[in-house]
Design a protein around this ligand. Sequence first.
Ligand SMILES: [Mg+2]
Length: 304
Amino acid sequence: MPSPTNDGYNVPGDMTIFTTCPAVVFTDLDGCLLDHHDYDHLPAKPARSRLKELGIPLIPVTSKTAAEIRALDIDFGSVPLISENGMVIDLPPHLFSSPHDKGGPIFAGKPYNEILAFLQTLPASLRASINGFHDMSAAEIAAVTGLKDVDAVRAKARQASEPFLWQGDEAGIAELSALATANGFKLTQGGRFYHLLSEGGKDWAVNWVIDHLKLIRPELLRTDLIRPDRPFHTIALGDSANDKAMLASVDYGIIIPNPGGSGLVISDASGRIIRAPHVGPRGWNAAIMGLLDELDLDTLASTK
Ligand SMILES: [Mg+2]
C-alpha cells in the first residue's frame, strides 16, 4: 500500500484551511449524513455550516464511487474524497504530496483494470457465474439496484472495486474466494451483491489522509511543537459495520443509530465513542453540535 511521502513538499502560497484547521471530520454518507430512505441531508445543515465557519474540513467516506459523490447536491469544497469503501482517495491538487505530483487517485490496493484482468483469468465455469457492474449496461444496473439510469452510470464508474451478482453455487463462491485471496484480492458481501476488491478499508483511507495532513502540519508530528492555540482533533461518523474500524481509529468516533436497530458496539476504540441521539442527519447534526460545544472550538476561532 502506498504511504504519504514528504519528498520536497512545499506549502503553496494559496494553502487552504488544512494548515490551521483545529479538527477534521470524516463522514459516512448513507444512513448517516444522508437519510437512509430519502437521502435528505438538510437536518445536518446547521452543523455543516458551523464546521465551515470554523474552517473544519468535512471529508466523505463512502461505498459510493467518486462520480456519485460529485453528483450529490452537497459542496464538500476542496477536500479529499474517499470512495468505494476506502479503496480510492482523490486528493485536490493543493494537497498533492509534492510539486512534481501529477495527481490521480490513490489506491489502497489494485486499480480497476487489474480487477478486470483477474476476472479474465478465472476458469470459464466461475467467470460465467459472475455478473458484474462491468458486464452490465447502466440500464441493467438500474434494473437490479433500483437506481435511476443517470445514477447507474455513476455507480458503474468504478476505480478499484467490482460489485457483482453471483449466479453459481456455494462451492463455486468458495473456489472464487480462494482464487481471489491467492491473487491479492478479497470478497466481501453486502446485501445482494458481492464485491471483489483489494485489502484496505475506510479506516485505512482515513488514516492515510490523516498521515498526509501531518506532512503539512509539522506540529502534529512533533510533540514539542504542539500548540494549544492550534489543536487538531480527528472526528468520524458512521452507522454500519463497515464503519467500525474507522470510528475506532479516530479521537472521536460518533455512532449514528440505525432506524429500529441498537447501533454498533465498538470495544477497541483508540479515542472516545459517542452515540448520536437520533438516526440519520438529525442525529449527525446534534452530535456534531454537541462535540463542537464541548471542544470549545468557536472560542478558539474567535480569539485567533
Ligand atoms: Mg452508512
